[in-house]
Design a protein around this ligand. Structure first.
Ligand code: PLP
Length: 383
């Protein structure tokens, strides 16, 4: 390992890559991969092609095209009554993943502590470690994946600088309600922390649940660094257009990193996403309906198979309890499902640092074509 720098030497291959490779090897239906196996809207792809033909093909301004930053600012105002100055408070990134990296690298010094709520999206901990920071896990307890505020308070020390919250939440599908968000926010304010709010699934909420951006809570606008991405909203995860909305001083810190990591983000795709955001009000109802249909169909099938859990209100994931079907832990059961039942899922213990609660679940992604879901259910029927 002499070629590998210490800061990444203990990293493992991401669980997603491992599962996808096994799924291919065993010809399993892949409900592990966290993205749609179908394409996003044709009209948006046509806009992208038009933008290329119109000559939007050279480097964009490093912090994002003016058009896109303006449209991001518009939608935060129109949907959430949040005002962000496109010049000093909005930065376009290569997906939310780069955004998360920039926030952490721009703010965290070696030895700083960052509270992560587990189960977490795996890039948080990797970015914290690359910055020399210390991830401090606090568990969202099953079955409702709630935070015990006393545990959270106990995890905060004078070295804590940042707390990361994901809402709507991958992998559980939880949509945080206002009182829960306020509980966390009050601790953030009391301890003078920043809160990185990963809201990439902001528009994937069902059954009348409402997405509440953390920045809208009293006192939280200046402390919240909101990250989102067009990938989930338009079902085009490969476009990798994300953004950060934050106060000017945090924005400047993020941009200092961004200018040397990616410098600028794909110009025609930014221009296309700007057009997509403009059309959000027309686009969203059909989008939510599509995923709600898939959620309902898959949830109904899992219930028939004897899996018992509450229907998730957001994202395209389900965190499904397995103990009624097996005494194996998540990793072993996931392997068994791939090899013997030809269905790939993600064992969520990879998203925990402290608790073993994840061993009792599997994460299923239902952003799949009807035929993919049908084949998976057929295979699972043999359970
Ligand atoms: C919670 C969460 N944050 C961030 C990302 C990364 O988003 P992007 O593809 O825009 O980098 C994902 C992708 O699955 C996610 O689930």
């Amino acid at each position: 390992m002499k070629d590998t720098a210490l800061r990444v030497a203990d990293f493992k291959d991401s669980i997603f890559g491992v599962i996808s490779r096994l799924a291919r090897e065993h010809q399993a239906v892949n409900l592990g991969q966290g993205f749609p196996d179908f394409d996003g809207p044709d009209w948006l792809k046509e806009v992208a092609y038009k933008k290329m033909q119109e000559g939007h093909n050279q480097y964009a301004p490093f912090h994002g095209t003016q058009n896109l930053r303006q449209e991001i600012s518009h939608y935060y105002k129109n949907f959430y009554a949040l005002n962000y100055d496109p010049e000093t408070e909005v930065t376009v990134t290569v997906g939310a993943t780069e955004a998360i990296y920039l926030v952490i690298t721009g703010l965290i010094n070696p030895g700083d502590e960052v509270v992560v709520l587990e189960p977490f999206y795996d890039s948080y901990v990797a970015s914290i470690k690359m910055a020399g920071g210390i991830p401090v896990p606090v568990t969202m307890h099953a079955p409702d994946f709630t935070i015990d505020l006393k545990e959270l308070e106990a995890a905060i020390t004078p070295r804590t600088k940042l707390l990361i919250l994901n809402n709507p939440h991958n992998p559980t599908g939880k949509v945080w309600d206002k009182s829960e968000l306020m509980g966390v926010s009050q601790l953030v304010m009391k301890n003078d922390l920043y809160l990185l709010s990963d809201e990439v699934y902001e528009f994937l909420v069902f059954d009348g649940a409402k997405h509440i951006p953390t920045a809208t809570l009293d006192g939280m606008r200046e402390r919240t660094i909101t990250v989102s991405s067009a990938g989930k909203t338009f079902g085009l995860t490969g476009w990798k257009i994300g953004w950060i909305c934050a106060n000017p001083s945090v924005t400047r810190a993020c941009r200092l990193v961004h200018q040397y990591v990616t410098f600028a983000v794909s110009t025609p795709m930014q221009e296309a996403v700007a057009e997509g955001l403009k059309r959000l009000p027309d686009y969203l109802p059909g989008f939510v309906e599509l995923y709600k249909g898939k959620r309902d169909q898959f949830y109904g099938e899992l219930k028939k198979l004897g899996f018992e859990f509450s229907i998730p209100k957001g994202t395209y994931f389900m965190m499904v309890p397995i103990s009624k079907h097996t005494s194996l832990n998540d990793v072993d059961f996931a392997m068994k499902l791939i090899k013997e039942y030809k269905v790939a899922t993600v064992p969520p213990s990879a998203f925990y640092l402290k608790s073993t609660e994840g061993e009792k679940f599997l994460r299923f992604c239902f952003a799949k074509k009807d035929e993919t879901i049908k084949s998976a259910v057929q295979n699972l029927n043999r359970l």
